[in-house]
Design a protein. Structure first.
Length: 91
């Protein structure tokens, strides 16, 4: 066997493996970039939705203060009953 032929063949295999590794790395980088961009877009959408809902809630409370107060007191009373029930159940 010719030593130079074997060395060249080994170098070719090494270069091919290096190129393939580089392509896989580029593909992984592209996929990570796309996933990051999609996650960022979804987070922006969620933030806009939350701000919109918060604004709606604020306008509703401002337009109906007495009803909002009654709801808040009712929810607080119910939460107090639940907490007291849980605390009494421990004894």
């Amino acid at each position: 066997m010719n030593p130079s032929f074997t060395a060249t063949n080994g170098e070719n295999l090494s270069e091919e493996a290096s190129r393939q590794t580089e392509r896989l790395g580029d593909a992984a980088s592209d996929a990570a970039s796309k996933a990051s961009s999609a996650a960022r877009d979804r987070a922006d959408q969620a933030q806009r939705w939350a701000k919109s809902r918060w604004g709606d809630l604020q306008r509703n409370v401002e337009s109906q203060p007495y009803q909002s107060t009654a709801w808040a007191l009712g929810i607080g009373f119910a939460a107090g009953l639940i907490v007291m029930g849980l605390l009494r159940g421990r004894r």
